[in-house]
Write a protein that binds this ligand. Structure first.
Ligand SMILES: *Cc1c(COP(=O)(O)O)cnc(C)c1O
Length: 301
């Protein structure tokens, strides 16, 4: 990730959901933060932050079931906001920020749980990048946070749990308490594999190639349709529908019977969702698309 020297990387437990609380505790010095609501995970983070200060929604795509990333080039961000928060890849809705928001000089905090290590990133653009590792990197429960050093301080509310204060973890090299050794060990294997296989440039190429197979099929299909605006499409999560809930259910059941797992969409969107994370090989996407072609032939009226 070409992480500059003035950033610390910490490995902590509790999942991304615990960081939803850690972010405001560590960063809300003036008690205010701007949240961009692009889906369930951003909303959960926003709701959690409200417990600790004033979290302000500065943009949202809720009006169209989170099927796009709002224009964030000129948002009304309060001058005294401590940070601007985004969920960079929206796991459930299948959208991804292609350009980062204009934070107008404020610190950018990004949840990258579902796009971690999927493509190169310019770490210098962020104050904090964090993610649960279970989508792209390793077993559930572990979070990797990449935090600019000047944001790691003792200046946190007195109620902040010791474990949630970034300085506790940074000062002890993530060994303040017993670390999740097994998860860290597996992440290490993934890091080594990525480095030996072309790094993040190559990961991006693989992921673009995989996603294109599915999106190209969806764009010409007469039965299936992608639910996301083309310029907001995620490389990792691809939701699609037939437009008929019964047919969607039939597809989910028949694909499962054919050995294609976890294609049911999130209950708030319905339909289907293919999560094609780093570990999904191209052959897996090809198998899905040929199953979809078959299903289309049999079910198109
Ligand atoms: C999965 C996910 C989470 C939740 O992660 P946990 O480790 O289960 O708390 C948060 N944010 C995003 C974007 C996710 O995809």
């Amino acid at each position: 990730m070409n992480i500059p020297d003035n950033y610390k990387v910490i490995f902590v437990q509790g999942g991304a959901s615990l960081v939803f609380a850690g972010v405001p505790m560590n960063l809300m010095k003036k008690g205010k933060a701007a949240y961009i609501i692009t889906g369930q995970w951003a909303k959960k983070a926003y709701q959690e932050a409200q417990k600790y200060g004033e979290a302000i929604e500065v943009a949202s795509s809720a009006d169209k079931t989170f099927s796009y990333i709002p224009d964030c080039s000129d948002l009304d961000i309060p001058e005294d906001a401590d940070y601007v928060y985004i969920c960079e890849n929206n796991t459930i809705y299948g959208t991804k920020f292609k350009t980062l928001p204009n934070t107008k000089g404020h610190i950018l905090v990004s949840d990258v749980s579902s796009c971690f290590l999927s493509e190169p990133v310019d770490v210098t653009k962020y104050g904090v990048i964090y993610g649960g590792v279970q989508k792209n990197v390793g077993p559930a429960g572990l979070v990797i946070s990449i935090i600019r050093e000047d944001l790691i301080t003792d200046d946190v509310p007195s109620y902040t749990p010791t474990m949630l204060k970034w300085k506790t973890q940074a000062d002890k090299d993530s060994l303040y308490n017993t670390p999740n050794c097994y998860a860290i060990y597996i992440c290490g294997k993934v890091f080594k594999w990525l480095l030996a296989n072309g790094g993040l440039e190559a990961a991006k190429q693989r992921n673009e190639e995989k996603a294109a197979i599915l999106y190209n099929f969806l764009d010409q299909s007469k039965l299936f349709k992608g639910t996301v605006e083309p310029n907001s499409r995620s490389l990792m999560n691809v939701p699609f529908v037939t437009g008929d809930a019964d047919l969607d259910a039939k597809f989910v059941a028949e694909s499962k019977a054919a050995g294609l797992e976890n294609l049911k969409g999130h209950r708030t969107v319905g339909g289907m969702r293919a999560s094609i994370y780093n570990a999904m090989p191209k052959a897996g996407v090809e198998t899905l698309v040929s199953f979809m072609e078959d299903f289309e032939k049999k079910n198109l009226k």
